[in-house]
Design a protein around this ligand. Structure first.
Ligand code: SAH
Length: 354
């Protein structure tokens, strides 16, 4: 982006890449192309990221004539198409993108935090058997501005600063690494969300975890493991056929080595499928001595699959078995169930809301 902008020397050639997601340095270069002084870049940055400007026409500190000239240049904000609030305060938003596609994002408030669960793609090609998004197929990658927009929008809807971001909405972030990384940079530097408070969740794409490690992010990597052996994993996650469990775990070990950060393993708990004592022992074997943390996610029901949620006792025994084998483990509390906003429930259920 920087190189692209630097090579532009006349206004006519200014690229139409939406501004959202651009850094202060990039915005400064951008205003300078119009012959404006550098401080306009700072103003632009503030209006986009702090004041929530949706159009350059809104920026009242800019000269009128210049504003008129910029009127149609995209900042890159999406429209709220629909919102649903669950009893626990979780809000699911459907955002309409400029090409009419709809993407889902979820704001999850707790006493001290406001977490946004962002999407990285419209739909998802991974087709995991328990996931509503996967059942709906894949449309396209999200651009960086469409990711950053989700966080700004949740911030506006809640009237509160976002503290945490998890890439656990629709899509597979490591199939869209470049835009995800640009968005992470922007969330961190432009919006001020600590890198450590940003989590990227992946089901694993061969070679991509190692590649991500080379960026030395301080963010957390969460890996959707969901099974204690290869054949069970293949049953649940079709893409696992091309990615043996051992190879995935090796890459995760490299990630820890390269970044010095532990990995979180997500494990969706499906009653009678992967929650037996045998699987707990097998999982603990794989993770022995591994600098990691297991996050158990009780299955959130979706209409397209007939898995069952585990009962409390079974979940507790599974957790106890891991703990007894020195595996760090916690259970993720489901949020937003009634708004269909819990993990795996994000889906194109908006057809009737259009
Ligand atoms: N593609 C990424 C991120 C999106 S899903 C990934 O796979 O990690 C975020 C998390 O929700 C993943 O761990 C996913 O497996 C889990 N999930 C999907 N469907 C679910 C469901 N029905 N119940 C509970 N968790 C689910």
């Amino acid at each position: 982006m920087i190189q692209q902008l630097a090579s532009i020397d006349s206004v006519e050639q200014v690229s139409e890449v939406p501004l959202l997601g651009a850094s202060l340095a990039q915005l400064t270069k951008w205003v300078e192309q119009y012959g404006q002084p550098a401080y306009r870049g700072k103003q632009l940055h503030q209006w986009i990221y702090q004041k929530g400007a949706r159009s350059l026409l809104d920026i009242s500190v800019f000269p009128k004539q210049w504003r008129a000239e910029l009127a149609t240049f995209p900042i890159g904000r999406s429209q709220i198409h629909y919102q649903a609030k669950a009893l626990d305060g979780t809000i699911k938003l459907l955002l309409k993108l400029t090409d009419g596609q709809i993407v889902e994002t979820v704001g999850i408030p707790t006493e001290k935090r406001l977490t946004v669960c962002v999407s990285s793609q419209v739909g998802c090609p991974m087709a995991c058997d328990f996931c509503a998004t996967g059942k709906g197929g894949f449309k396209r990658n999200l651009e960086r501005h469409e990711i950053v927009d989700q966080v700004l929008t949740v911030q506006e809807v809640f009237g509160q600063r976002v503290s945490n971001v998890v890439f656990m909405g629709m899509g597979e972030p490591l199939l869209n690494t470049e835009n995800v990384l640009e968005a992470v940079r922007s969330l961190n530097e432009d919006i001020g969300i600590g890198q450590r408070l940003i989590t990227i969740s992946t089901v694993g794409i061969p070679g991509r975890i190692r590649k991500l490690a080379e960026h030395h992010l301080q963010s957390t990597l969460a890996v959707s493991l969901h099974a204690s052996n290869q054949s069970l994993r293949e049953q649940l996650i079709p893409s696992a056929r091309q990615y043996p469990l051992d190879a995935l775990l090796d890459e995760c070990r490299d990630y820890v080595k390269i970044t010095g950060r532990r990995v979180t393993f997500e494990y969706i708990v499906l009653a009678g499928v992967n929650d037996g004592m045998e699987q707990a022992i097998e999982l603990a074997e794989h993770l022995r001595g591994f600098q990691s943390h297991v996050n158990l996610i009780p299955y959130n029901p979706i209409s397209e699959a007939d898995y069952q949620r585990p009962d409390q006792r079974r979940l507790q025994s599974f957790m106890d078995a891991l703990k007894a084998r020195h595996v760090a483990v916690s259970v993720r509390r489901s949020r937003g169930l009634e708004a269909d906003a819990a993990c795996g429930q994000l889906r194109a259920s908006y057809a009737n809301k259009v």
